[in-house]
Design a protein around this ligand. Structure first.
Ligand code: ADP
Length: 310
């Protein structure tokens, strides 16, 4: 790639176990920012290059994860290795009603310790990044000092004109309490120039009375570019002082698995915006990509199942 658009992500990718407790389980891997990085790499039209910044252990599972991430198209030279740690893990179980339940083992996962070195490779190479992407989960997994470092890094990037994208994924169980989460989310919006908002997460973080109130609050955010996702309802987007556009989602006859709906939307959206396409067109493509992902099982669907979109 000559002069690619360089985008760095920070977050955690965990091992995934999928299947009934004490039964036969399928092993895979995933994580919100990771899913977006992989889909952006696939949709980048050969001009966007994606780096995944995280920490892993020095065990065989960590090495195998890295081997697979490289096959997924990610650049790995921002990955740190913390001796003695092993990757986080989650299990997905589907109950009798078809509801998915997640259990996590991530309290001691290496990604939490990414900012415990004097300077991370992400920070050391801060002049290189055209874009930086993080989420509410990226912030949630870090200790206070790590969160401050991440936000300061994002702000420095933004000040020199890079695209800083914040996705408001909110997992209450990862936060000590909601006021800490709220404060961090507000700081993240202050350093981002693009906010990708899931309306119900915005409602939950800010304790808003209704989804309507959450959409109104998201529309009032002081962020240059805002996208508001509302499941199957039309996606709302506004850039700068431009008008709000309402972009219909695709009709999906058979929703198989909504894992990574928002993550893949983000990748589709950015794959177009980073190449200068208008917000409405980018949103259309994000909706198309997300519709394809939710018609398949798992966070990362096979490349063959989406080549016609690329
Ligand atoms: P998140 O996955 O972040 O919770 P949403 O549930 O709002 O976010 O979904 C993200 C995107 O996935 C939507 O903006 C839309 O493009 C697509 N999507 C989600 N659910 C549906 C659906 N039932 N039909 C069509 N598209 C959907």
């Amino acid at each position: 790639m000559n002069n690619p658009i360089k985008v760095a992500f920070f977050g955690e990718c965990m091992l995934e176990l999928n299947g009934p407790a004490f039964g036969v389980m399928q092993q895979s891997y995933g994580g919100d920012t990771f899913n977006t990085a992989v889909y952006l790499s696939r949709c980048g039209g050969g001009v966007i290059k994606t780096w995944y910044a995280t920490a892993l252990g020095d065990d065989a599972l960590s090495l195998e994860l890295e081997r697979r991430w490289a096959q997924d198209g990610l650049a790995l030279d921002l990955v740190l290795h913390i001796p003695g740690r092993i990757p986080g893990l989650y299990q997905i179980q589907v109950d009798a009603q078809g509801e998915r339940r997640f259990s996590f083992w991530r309290d001691n996962s290496p990604a939490k310790a990414y900012f415990e070195v004097a300077q991370t490779p992400l920070e050391a190479r801060s002049n290189e990044w055209d874009g930086f992407y993080f989420s509410g989960i990226s912030l949630a997994i870090l200790p206070v000092n790590g969160r401050n470092r991440l936000l300061a890094f994002a702000q420095a990037l933004r000040m020199r004109g890079a695209t800083v994208v914040f996705d408001n994924n909110y997992r209450p169980s990862l936060w000590p309490d909601i006021t800490v989460a709220r404060d961090c989310f507000s700081r993240a919006f202050a350093v981002a120039d693009t906010a990708l908002i899931t309306a119900d997460d915005h409602q939950a973080v800010y304790g808003l009375a209704s989804l309507k109130a959450a959409v109104a609050a998201a529309q009032a955010l002081d962020v240059f570019e805002v996208v508001i996702k509302r499941g199957a309802a039309p996606t709302l987007v506004r850039s700068g002082s431009g008008p709000w556009h309402s972009v219909p989602t695709q009709t999906v006859a058979n929703v198989v698995d909504t894992t990574a709906a928002g993550d893949s939307f983000a990748a589709g959206y950015l794959s177009r915006r980073l190449r200068g396409k208008p917000p409405e067109e980018a949103t259309q493509f994000g909706n198309r990509l997300a519709a394809r992902i939710i018609a398949h099982c798992g966070a990362i669907i096979p490349l063959e199942a989406m080549t016609d979109l690329l």
